[in-house]
Design a protein around this ligand. Structure first.
Ligand code: ZN
Length: 756
């Protein structure tokens, strides 16, 4: 046999092997799976043989079995009979690990602890996803599984909008189903205090109620006057804690301080710098009135934390620590006296003193604090853990200082961002974090050494609810993105094999539908990419993409709605003139996705050479300088794409039109979204040149003019001739007091430079 033939046969054998290894829709994907062709089939009855009652751990499987009209017995007798699931505790196995062995007669489930037992049962439940509802059978084989990260979290903000106990039971079920183990419960904020404290009844009697809420987006600054409020009872909290605990989920309660305190101060204004009076906030964002670090305030917060620690058995208490403007502290005699008495440098060190003092109290009670990454400023408290949200820098700094870190960067872990085309989605704060982006997340920053990386405990997704008024919408924002996070944290995500994950996750959709879970189908949407025209002439190439078969995309170029009669996509579309492209995914004659549209503005600079003096931030890089001349104006809502984002940097862009061309009109698009710390540039200047050396200024625009023009910076004038155009946009710099993000640097966002 020739070598080539041998190889061919070997490849054939391998491919059959792969083929017979049918992939079950397990999420998160286990670390090791091998199935054979046999099945463990249940005709009428199945038993669970276990040393202890495990209604919670096996709950999902038990109800799945009952829905299939089979009887189930749970017993602790040690004789193993055919048709049983036998549970064994093996203390030598790793924490949270489990192993399953399925043969035609018995299923063995081994784990070191009951969380591992629960994960084993969840895996068995998922093996039934595609089994017809009138049958009950499991494939024979072996699974060995263990998570990579120990903090696998989901957060939920119940202050901006309130979700009752029953909703939280569901939330906990969802976490358990995907093997997440930490629920970060954001209980207090400016817009409502939701946890009862016996010693201070007004925290909920007053602090849980606001006189109205924002309507539409923050940028619109509109309000209603509907009273809004609710709080949990102590019994609710105890029930939720107990429910989480039997599902092996640790709750991390968050009590915000020293900022985001307006609801508490509305109830007890004496703990502010000015004495109030205050109202529970109607507006979102960052507010100036914060806790004043005086003795009475510490006594109050310690009382509050003592009651909170009594209610929650977990190790960590989240104390917030983010977004605390220093305006009041700068003007407060108390605060200034304390800075002087303690020999502190400034208000940042006062904040550090505040957190360290709270930490001492919490540590003395045998617990630990975790806070948002601002707690690094002015010096980190000795035992604190850090939640890195403004990016990865805070997490890197904390891990290098050997403090535990939970990664939760806005770029991948903020599930309040859009996951599809904004026009097809419920209103969101902004940003663009589709399923694939979540799946690509790597929690360990590459900057860390192997030793430092050990301090990355894991990651979590945050669900801020300013724009999420109902629990149905919470479901929509977390499904399916939470499943991608779950696989990332389990450690088996392979971003390059996203299609494999996609094919597994869509098999869960019918199951969610049957459970009436409201989930997003944005993954079926047509997405796209714009590329420079390789021919060098005006115009761009436009590629339509789908997670499924791209040849099932139908599109139109005349603004009409696509139908099965419209052309199907095969090769990149050449866009040579300003026009609208609409596209949707079709299967079996049916439209399966919402329509996505893209308006192109083709002009003299489209696809021209752009050099940037400063590089955009990697999170908002959007293909570099080409994004400024790709014929696509950025979507104001979805600033995660089509916009170039510069963090604390100016934009200096040089366009080379290739030859001298007459110009009568220049336009640059910029964005302002204060709640995301994106501000208009301080100044923009347009310059032109014929030789690339000597430049002539056409016009400069002030921030005031830019704001009045809503970010569109426009020059129209007498015809000039130029080959080079230079655009300078000066970053807003440190955000002023009184604006969201004050004291931090600004983002500068630009989209298209139109030349006519
Ligand atoms: Zn003060």
């Amino acid at each position: 046999m020739s070598m080539r033939k041998q190889i061919t046969l070997l490849l054939l054998a391998l491919s059959t092997l792969v083929w017979s290894q049918k992939e079950y829709p397990l999420i998160p994907k286990p670390t090791y799976v091998a199935f054979n062709d046999d099945f463990f089939t249940v005709d009428t009855t199945i038993s669970i043989v276990a040393p202890l009652v495990m209604d919670a751990e096996a709950g999902a499987l038990i109800s799945e079995i009952r829905s299939r009209k089979k009887a189930i017995y749970i017993t602790n007798k040690s004789t193993i009979v055919d048709g049983s699931i036998v549970v064994q505790i093996e203390p030598k196995m790793a924490a949270e690990a489990y192993e399953i062995e399925i043969n035609p007669k018995v299923i063995y489930l081994k784990a070191s602890d009951y969380s591992g037992v629960q994960y084993g049962f969840q895996t068995l439940t998922q093996l039934l996803i595609n089994v017809p509802k009138n049958q009950l059978q499991f494939p024979c084989g072996q699974i060995k599984d263990v998570p990579k990260f120990k903090w696998r979290g989901m957060h939920l903000d119940v202050s901006r909008h309130f979700f009752p106990k029953e909703a939280l039971f569901k939330y906990i079920d969802y976490l358990a189903a995907y093997k997440l183990n930490t629920f970060h419960w954001h209980l207090t904020d400016d817009q409502g205090w939701r946890i009862p404290i016996k010693k201070y009844p007004n925290l909920t009697a007053v602090g849980a109620w606001r006189k109205g809420s924002m309507v539409g987006h923050y940028n619109d600054q509109k309000f209603d006057s509907e009273p809004y409020g609710a709080a949990y009872t102590e019994a609710d909290i105890r029930e939720i804690v107990a429910y989480a605990s039997i599902h092996h989920i640790t709750i991390v309660p968050e009590i915000e301080m020293p900022g985001h305190a307006r609801a508490a101060l509305a109830a007890y204004p004496q703990y502010s710098c000015t004495g109030g009076p205050f109202e529970v906030a109607k507006e979102w964002g960052v507010l100036e009135d914060v806790f004043c670090p005086k003795e009475e305030t510490f006594a109050f917060l310690q009382d509050v934390l003592a009651e909170v620690m009594d209610l929650f058995p977990g190790q960590y208490i989240h104390i917030g620590g983010d977004e605390c403007p220093k305006t009041r502290w700068k003007a407060c005699l108390n605060c200034q006296k304390r800075i002087k008495d303690l020999n502190l440098k400034d208000e940042h060190e006062l904040q550090s003193y505040f957190i360290q003092r709270i930490e001492k109290f919490v540590n003395a009670k045998g617990k630990k604090i975790i806070g948002w990454d601002e707690i690094l400023e002015g010096g980190l408290a000795p035992n604190a853990a850090v939640m890195s949200w403004r990016g990865t820098e805070g997490g890197i700094a904390a891990a290098q200082q050997r403090h535990p870190v939970v990664m939760t960067p806005g770029s991948h872990c903020y599930f309040d961002h859009y996951q599809g085309e904004p026009k097809n989605e419920p209103l969101a704060i902004g940003g663009y974090t589709p399923l694939e982006k979540v799946y690509s997340y790597q929690p360990i920053p590459t900057e860390l050494t192997a030793d430092e990386a050990k301090f990355i405990f894991g990651a979590q997704a945050n669900v801020w609810t300013e724009y999420i008024p109902t629990f149905e919408q919470v479901e929509y924002m977390i499904f399916p993105r939470m499943t991608a996070l779950s696989e990332v944290l389990w450690g088996t995500a392979q971003p390059k094999q996203y299609t494999n994950f996609f094919n597994r996750v869509i098999q869960h959709f019918p199951d969610w539908e049957s459970k009436k879970i409201n989930f997003s189908k944005a993954v079926f949407e047509v997405t796209s990419e714009v590329m420079p025209n390789p021919g060098g002439e005006q115009g761009v190439l436009y590629v339509l993409k789908s997670n499924q078969n791209p040849t099932k995309i139908h599109y139109t170029l005349d603004g009409s709605q696509p139908t099965t009669q419209s052309p199907t996509f095969s090769n990149a579309l050449m866009i040579k003139q300003s026009q609208m492209v609409k596209a949707a995914y079709f299967d079996e004659g049916q439209q399966k996705s919402k329509v996505c549209d893209q308006l192109f503005t083709i002009h003299k600079a489209t696809s021209c050479l752009v050099s940037l003096q400063n590089q955009p931030d990697s999170r908002y890089g959007a293909g570099g300088g080409f994004a400024l001349v790709n014929g696509v104006k950025g979507n104001v809502q979805k600033f995660g794409r089509d916009w170039l984002g510069f963090w604390e940097k100016d934009i200096v862009a040089l366009l080379d039109l290739g030859s001298k061309k007459p110009i009568t009109h220049l336009n640059l698009g910029t964005l302002e979204s204060p709640s995301s710390w994106i501000y208009y540039p301080k100044e923009v200047t347009f310059e032109i040149s014929t030789d690339g050396i000597h430049f002539q200024t056409l016009q400069s625009f002030s921030q005031k003019e830019i704001r009045e023009a809503k970010g569109a910076i426009d020059w129209k004038g007498k015809r000039v001739k130029a080959r080079f155009i230079k655009i300078k946009a000066i970053n807003n710099g440190i955000i002023q007091e009184g604006f969201p993000g004050s004291g931090n640097g600004s983002w500068l966002f630009a989209d298209e430079i139109i030349v006519e």
